[in-house]
Structures are given as structure tokens and as C-alpha cells.
Design a protein around this ligand. Structure first.
Ligand code: SAH
Ligand code: SF4
Ligand code: F3S
Length: 470
């Protein structure tokens, strides 16, 4: 059965799709793919849930809170389905993968449950649901084919200047607290040819920056016949496609090789930015988390990156309240944060996940202690971020213009620096998709405000060719 039927499903007037994503960038990517596929089937996106013919919910189970959100969202949809029995409700993502057909039993108003590898089949499955009034759960063992051929046929319109590209699926690390390997399965790298092809197509659609996605991108290549490392993949993308900027996320400290660090100094199109979760500053906790590095090793990696590129942007994930975490362990985490001074930090409170080994550990930390530690940590980090943002004032930064700023009344553009800072400034719409130089005037917690300098002293010319090799 073709993934995209030749004719749109004819029901009543224009068809509307309401999509909602909970979870990580992998889920964002899958939602985008689902929207593209259903868009080709005649479904227009809507932000008004009451107007929807199809509701697509992409779910996350990384923390109990994320999973609770899914259950309450689904609960709220009961009423909508009652008012409009023709409404189709699809649940995808990690909760769908975890619970499978159970979700259909628990929520009788659900129509379609899609596992984490089933997105390319969404079109044909939706058609089955609509035409035969079936209720289905589809959890394939391996990623289904079809996405690239859709891109090739040019049936999809890729909006935006920045596009995510998955380079690997799953995770083999089994950090003791984490459910991801249980719901996303073993690590599987995509062939480099398919990745290059997708990036090539995206750039032809006007994409200027790609974000290479995976749970552990820097272990890319494991099990591939090509015998390619992640650094070699980056080089190929750099040398063989015309994309202006390359980023990747997420990296694991244990796989951060000297050659990958060297790439930040060698490849001008590779953004000077890395997201490198450290999780804890205590070696004792890191051992129990099964992270296979020490705090000192992590600090030495950061020192090395900064010696190669003093302008390197750094972000990370950290967790408080892992079972058995003492005040002393927590102090060590705070010390690491104060010593490194991250540009951005995502902080979480430990949450027991079913099937993980940490959930079996004794000495669970009480909720009030976790909340207090998280608050203390976030306060420290907010001060650091504001300080670092203020240090940008007076400087000039190269910004890739992504579109209009949401807060503005329509003439303020927004983009990002290589270090991933958001910069807003006044300018005409035709700058969208271009690299411009902005002088920074003001700094806030989450963004910078600036003014375009008269001359765009960027490293690329209008045709996207490098001016200099820095
Ligand atoms: N693959 C990435 C991120 C995975 S999930 C990595 O290895 O870094 C994103 C973040 O959620 C993790 O980095 C971790 O900080 C957090 N996280 C994962 N499991 C968690 C749990 N059980 N409780 C609280 N936070 C968790
Ligand atoms: Fe989870 Fe660890 Fe894999 Fe990240 S590396 S997805 S934290 S198991
Ligand atoms: Fe959540 Fe699944 Fe991503 S559990 S963090 S949506 S891989």
C-alpha cells in the first residue's frame, strides 16, 4: 500500500490536523514528519483543537511528569470525541511504544497507536482507520521505509531555515535511571548516503542549518558496514553538501574523541556549540548512574574544547535527587556548574521509571528535598546565564535569521548565534535564511537584543560560498 494515497481522503470540506508534542527533539522531528506526510494527504495544520479532524499527540515517558501530561491530555479529549465522533485521535512516541495496545484499552476514544518506528506509515494507517473504522496499534520492530522517497518526490514542503535530521535511532547506554533504551530500542545508525541525500534535499528546499539528531550521536557508526565514525560523517556533510551550519545533539562525554573535538576547530560550518550532559558532579553518583566518566574527566573535556575554541557555546543536562544523593554529592554538582559556567543548562528532578535499574535502588530522595535542590541549582544557573548574556553586550555576532520573533509586532527578526543564543533585531523579511552580523545592545535571561551592522562581515557570501576558512 502506498504511504501517501493518490487522492486525499474525501470527507467534509478542508481537513484539519492538530498536532501536539511532548518530549525531546526526536519527537519534534517525528511530529514534523507526521505533519508533512498528512499534509500531502490533504490535512492542513490548525492550532484550534476544536477545528481538528485528526489530533496527533506525540508522547514522552522520560519522567513520570511527562507521562502524566499524556494521560491528562488524553482524558481531556474524551469530551471532544463525544461532540464529534468522526474525530480521529492518534497517539505516537514513547508512551505509545511502552503501552501499545493497552492504550487502546485504557482510552476507548483513541483510534491509532503508533510506536516510535512507525511514523513513515502514518498515512496508510490513518487511511485504514478512516475508511474501515478500525482501531489500530502498530509497533514495528524496525524503522519503516518511506520518508526519504517522499522527500525525493518533492511532495513535501519543508518550512523553515533550520531542520532536524535523524542520524541514529535508539540508545545502548542504559544509564541506570533512563527509560529511553527501553522504549527506543538498540542503537541503529542511518547509512551516511541516506543522511547526505536528506540534507541535500533539505538545502534545495531552502534549509540553511541542520541539527543532527540522536540520543548519543557521537557513537554514530556502530554496527554500520561503512565503518564510518561520527567525525567522518561530519566531514562528509561539511564537504559534500551546501548547508551553511551544522549542529548535533546529544553527545555523550564517554564518546567525545579528540578527533571530534578537533572538528570544532577545523570545520568552519560546524557551529561552535555542544550539548554535553553531565548529570551529576559526584563520581559516586556518576558510577551508580552507569555514565562511565568522572567529574574530573568531564572538566578536562571542557578544558580541551575551550582550548581549541575559546568561543565554544556549552549546554548540558543535569539531574538532582538520584537515589542516595547526599548533600555532599549535590554540593559537588553545584561546584561543577559554578566552575564550568554553562551557557544553558537543562535541569531535572530524578523520577523513577519502570524497568530501569535505578528504580530498584534504595534511599529514594524525598520530593521536598529534590525540589529544594533543583531550585537552588536553577537559581545559580540563571545568574550565570544572565551574566554570560550580559557579557555579549557591545560585541558582534554572526546570526542565522530564522524568522520573526514571536513577541514582536511583526518587524522584529529572530535568529541564533553559533553558540545557540537567540538574538532579536529589526530588519526586513528578506533577511530570513541569511547570515547577518548583529551588534548586541541588550541582554535578557533567554535572548539578546541587537542591531544589524551595515556590513555583514560573515564567513559566507550571498551564494553560500565560504569567504574565508577560519
Ligand atoms: N540521550 C540524551 C538525553 C536523554 S533524556 C543523553 O544521554 O543525554 C534527556 C535528559 O532527561 C537526560 O539527559 C537526563 O538528564 C534526564 N532524565 C532521563 N531520565 C530521567 C529520569 N528518570 N528522571 C529525571 N530525569 C531524567
Ligand atoms: Fe538515556 Fe543515557 Fe541513553 Fe541518554 S545516553 S538516552 S540518558 S540511556
Ligand atoms: Fe522522551 Fe522518548 Fe525523547 S522518552 S525524551 S520522547 S526518546
Amino acid at each position: 500500500m502506498p504511504i501517501v494515497p493518490d487522492t486525499p481522503i474525501a470527507r467534509h470540506g478542508p481537513l484539519h490536523l492538530y498536532a501536539h508534542t511532548i518530549g525531546c527533539q526526536m519527537n519534534e522531528y517525528d511530529t514534523q514528519r507526521a505533519q508533512h506526510i498528512l499534509g500531502a494527504q490533504g490535512y492542513t495544520p490548525t492550532t484550534d483543537i476544536r477545528q481538528a479532524d485528526v489530533i496527533f499527540l506525540n508522547t514522552c515517558s522520560v519522567r513520570a511528569k511527562a507521562e502524566q501530561k499524556v494521560h491528562s491530555f488524553l482524558g481531556r479529549l474524551r469530551r471532544l470525541k463525544k461532540d464529534n465522533p468522526r474525530l480521529i485521535i492518534i497517539v505516537a512516541g514513547c508512551v505509545a511504544q511502552q503501552l501499545g495496545p493497552d492504550l487502546l484499552r485504557r482510552f476507548e476514544h483513541l483510534d491509532l497507536v503508533l510506536g516510535t518506528r512507525a511514523i513513515p506509515s502514518i498515512g496508510s494507517l490513518l487511511q485504514r482507520v478512516v475508511s474501515r473504522s478500525e482501531r489500530l496499534a502498530h509497533l514495528p520492530e524496525s524503522e519503516e521505509e518511506g520518508w526519504e522517497s517522499l522527500l525525493c518526490k518533492g511532495e513535501l514542503t519543508i518550512p523553515g531555515v533550520v531542520a532536524p535530521v535523524t542520524i541514529m535511532q535508539g540508545c545502548d547506554n542504559f544509564c541506570s535511571y533512563c527509560i529511553v533504551p527501553h522504549v527506543r530500542g538498540r542503537e541503529r545508525s542511518r547509512r551516511s548516503g541516506a543522511i547526505l541525500h536528506e540534507i541535500d534535499l533539505l538545502t534545495r528546499h531552502g534549509v540553511k542549518e541542520v541539527l543532527l539528531l540522536g540520543q548519543n550521536v557521537n557513537s554514530y557508526g556502530k554496527g554500520l558496514e561503512e565503518g564510518l565514525t561520527f567525525t567522518e560523517l561530519l566531514r562528509r556533510i561539511h564537504d559534500r553538501t551546501s548547508v551553511l551550519r551544522i549542529r548535533f545533539t546529544t553527545s555523550h562525554p564517554k564518546d567525545l574523541t579528540e578527533s571530534l573535538m578537533g572538528a570544532f576547530a577545523e570545520l568552519p560550518r560546524l557551529c561552535r556549540w555542544i550539548h554535553l550532559p553531565f548529570q551529576s558532579g559526584s563520581d559516586r553518583i556518576l558510577r551508580q548512574m552507569n555514565r562511565s566518566y568522572t567529574a574530573a574527566r568531564y572538566m578536562s573535556l571542557i578544558d580541551r574544547l575551550r582550548s581549541l575554541r575559546p568561543d565554544m557555546g556549552l549546554s548540558a543536562d543535569v539531574m538532582v535527587g538520584f537515589p542516595g544523593e547526599t548533600e555532599e554529592d549535590f554540593r559537588q554538582t553545584m561546584q561543577l556548574i559554578a566552575a564550568i559556567r554553562f551557557d544553558n543548562l537543562f535541569s531535572f528532578s530524578y523520577s523513577d521509571r519502570p524497568g530501569t535499574s535505578a528504580s530498584q535502588l534504595p534511599d529514594k530522595i524525598p520530593a521536598d528535598v529534590k525540589a529544594r535542590r533543583l531550585q537552588e541549582l536553577q537559581k545559580l544557573q540563571m545568574d550565570i546565564v544572565l551574566d554570560k548574556n550580559r557579557a555579549e553586550i557591545g560585541g558582534q555576532r554572526e546570526v542565522l535569521v530564522e524568522g520573526f520573533s514571536k513577541q514582536s509586532d511583526g518587524n522584529q527578526l529572530t535568529g541564533r548565534t553559533e553558540q545557540n543564543r537567540i538574538v532579536n533585531f529589526q530588519g526586513p523579511v528578506d533577511l530570513v535564511g541569511q547570515l547577518v552580523t548583529v551588534r548586541i545592545h541588550n541582554a535578557f535571561q533567554h535572548s539578546l537584543l541587537g542591531e544589524r551592522t551595515g556590513h555583514d562581515d560573515c564567513r559566507w557570501n550571498e551564494a553560500g560560498q565560504p569567504r574565508t576558512q577560519s
